[in-house]
Design a protein around this ligand. Structure first.
Ligand SMILES: *[C@@H]1O[C@H](CO)[C@@H](O)[C@H](O)[C@H]1NC(C)=O
Length: 513
């Protein structure tokens, strides 16, 4: 296989469109993150690149027609049984959220840089044309691109945000670009105030706490490496898992590229029993999944029973991703599946609604197939995705903490019976399908572009080099204010002097008279 790829690479090289040796760094031990990272790397392997993926899961079905190598980073964090009950971190405020992210990010960075497999790779003398890394509270890992002397491509699983925007100089004024974890209507003064406070707090947290801690970890393993301050701002390209069909319109500097939807695959044939089940459901089917991170089985009993009471009153069937064999009090119209092919199910015309946790992937898939949603967001970007989707009329949203039988019943019936949601979904879906290239083609093009242009420094905006007060033109404003002040003050002084002279003259006139 390796030889074949080498021969192919040489052949393609001769023709001028080189395939690259790519190192992917995806050390976050969360299935949805891994799924996106591995989808990207699989896609690139299928496009002829030679990919190596640092990750914690390992690819069960590596692409057959491509060179795909896993380097698996096992650690105490990846042990089976260390399953967090994510329903517990609902509704955290932004201070705790930042502390949690700092802790998680520092742990991941420390484990990854110190990992024997990573050290082995570094010492092997192997070279890469480009390093693609997930941007997710792991900034210290950018040192790997430096060590391999390869351009750095960042991949943001949750679109553009305050962690990535400043690193490439992408404008994101808090007056209208929402910070994470916040529901935001840009015209409302208090929303803008809250957004600005959370934005500023995040900025201070990164610069006073998180980056110094990351820098320490970097220096521990690579004492000769440049300071993190240098590495942070040296990314050549940022691939964003977002798109105008699912995210609001916000600025993009030239080296940011939206590839949201790249993980979508043309629908495959469903397993026979599911196909039959979906085909034969007279009144349609509601698909229900809380994603790969949250376990539906962890739902507290009273919330679960509330959902079941509502389901039992429906004429539609419910297909529920439920991670156990038994569901106490399971109504006759509810079917369970421990693992379900979500995209292929959503593609079925008999799906009437999707009850989701509001994860970005689920949202992208529901828009792609134009299925209205009822979102029950629990934490992090789910809340913000779900509220945004509801505000755009793509369905309804009930934050997990507010979930009860009455609210759930009302919202679900609304989503099922109000044509508005499906119409809006169809419009969005059209936007998602209306693209010049497939998102994976875009990713491939830009990665090759960055390699062809040795890191493509010409894509970087000059704003990146400016200190914050220059970026915000505060020095210019201050200068102009000072000039205006000096001019006015000079006038004032001049007028005073003139008055004084006049007064003196008139006084002397009076005296003379
Ligand atoms: C910054 O990126 C460029 C382009 O990939 C690379 O040549 C340079 O070595 C990088 N700088 C550092 C400090 O790693």
């Amino acid at each position: 296989m390796k030889i074949l790829v080498a021969v192919l690479c040489t052949l393609i090289l001769v023709q001028g469109t080189k395939c690259a040796k790519i190192l992917g760094v995806f050390p976050i031990h969360a299935k949805s993150h891994y799924f996106l990272g591995s989808s990207l790397m699989r896609g690139l392997a299928e496009k002829g690149h030679d990919v190596t993926v640092l990750n914690t899961f390992g690819e069960k079905n590596p692409p057959k027609n491509g060179s795909y190598r896993d380097i698996i980073l096992t650690s105490e964090m990846t042990q089976d049984g260390v399953a967090y009950d994510l329903f517990q971190i609902v509704d955290q405020n932004f201070v705790i959220y930042n502390l949690f992210m700092n802790w998680m990010g520092n742990t991941v960075t420390e484990i990854t840089l110190g990992h024997p497999e990573v050290q082995k790779l570094l010492n092997s003398g192997e070279k890469f044309d480009v390093v693609i890394m997930e941007q997710f509270v792991n900034d210290g890992l950018k040192v790997l691109a430096h060590q391999f002397q390869a351009p750095l491509v960042l991949f943001s699983t949750c679109g553009s945000n305050a962690w990535i925007n400043p690193l490439v100089g992408n404008p994101a004024p808090p007056s209208y670009v929402p910070e994470q974890n916040i529901v935001f209507h840009s015209s409302n003064f208090f929303d803008r105030l809250r957004n600005s406070i959370i934005y500023t707090y995040g900025y201070i947290n990164r610069h006073l706490m998180f980056f110094p801690a990351q820098n320490k970890i970097v220096k521990k393993y690579f004492p000769d490496a440049p300071d993190l301050d240098v590495l942070l701002y040296n990314a050549s390209l940022v691939l964003l898992n977002s798109h105008l069909s699912t995210n609001m319109a916000v600025p993009r500097v030239p080296n940011m590229v939206d590839i949201g939807g790249f993980h979508l695959k043309p629908p495959k044939k469903l397993p026979q029993d599911l196909q039959k089940y979906l085909d034969e459901a007279k009144n349609g089917v509601i698909y229900f999944s809380m994603g790969s991170g949250l376990q539906s089985t962890n739902l507290p009993v009273e919330k679960r029973d509330a959902l079941l009471r509502v389901f039992s009153k429906l004429k539609q069937n419910v297909l529920w991703k439920w991670e156990s064999d038994v569901l106490p009090g399971q109504p006759a119209n509810v079917k369970l599946g421990k693992w379900l092919p979500q995209q292929d199910i959503l593609a079925h015309p008999n799906i009437k609604a999707f009850i989701t946790h509001g994860g970005l992937l689920s949202l992208i898939e529901s828009v792609y197939y134009a299925v209205p949603i009822l979102a029950i967001p629990v934490f992090g970007d789910q809340i913000w995705n779900a509220e945004e989707a509801a505000a755009n009329g793509l369905g309804r949203c009930i934050p997990y903490s507010q979930l009860d039988e009455t609210k759930f019943e009302e919202a679900l019936n609304d989503v099922l019976n109000n044509q508005r949601y499906r119409d809006n979904m169809k419009r969005r879906s059209k936007v998602m399908h209306d693209r010049r290239h497939t998102p994976l083609d875009d990713a491939d093009y830009w990665i090759r572009y960055v390699i062809r242009h040795q890191g493509a420094p010409h894509l970087k905006v000059a704003g990146l080099e400016l200190p914050w007060y220059q970026y915000l033109a505060l020095d210019v404003v201050l200068f102009i204010v000072a000039v205006i002040f000096v001019v006015f003050y000079s006038f004032y002084v001049l007028i005073k002097i003139v008055k004084k002279i006049r007064n003196a003259r008139s006084r002397s006139k009076v005296k003379r008279n």
